[in-house]
Design a protein around this ligand. Structure first.
Ligand SMILES: [Zn+2]
Ligand SMILES: [Zn+2]
Ligand SMILES: [Zn+2]
Length: 129
């Protein structure tokens, strides 16, 4: 297998891990799901690449971790993921909530390049058991 094929394969593995999950995943989750088949640095680089390509977006958790989730209709360098994210305090999953938000009005002189809103509480799964 040449280098390029291997790169494509590792990228596919990371992508399918993300698309098979119903919630956003942090670096550790992806690492665990791939059970060490790809080294951490490579995973990190692939995730960065996907972000730049507009395939996934980052979510900063209130726990200091960064989560990654698939984008809906973004393109390279043009993310418009202004939806809400929810972090469950019990199972710690982070999910994209399909509700768009309006960026709050800011005082004059501020330039906005992104907006993130994280809500925390308990997810339906945790509430039913
Ligand atoms: Zn996006
Ligand atoms: Zn939960
Ligand atoms: Zn999202």
């Amino acid at each position: 297998m040449n280098r390029k094929t291997r790169n494509t394969k590792t990228k596919e593995m990371v992508m399918s891990t993300l698309s098979n999950s119903d919630s956003a995943l942090c670096h550790e989750d992806i690492d665990k799901k791939l059970s060490g088949k790809i080294d951490r640095v490579t995973i990190y680089r692939i995730l960065q690449g996907f972000c730049n390509e507009g395939k996934i977006h980052k979510i900063s958790g209130d726990n200091g971790k960064t989560y990654y989730a698939l984008c809906d209709n973004c393109s390279a360098g043009n993310h418009h993921d202004n939806h809400i994210h929810f972090r469950c305090m019990s199972c710690e999953t982070v999910s994209c909530i399909n509700e768009t938000t309006v960026t709050p009005k800011l005082p004059k002189g501020y330039s906005v390049s992104g907006f993130s809103l994280l809500i925390f509480g308990y997810c339906p799964n945790c509430l039913t058991c």
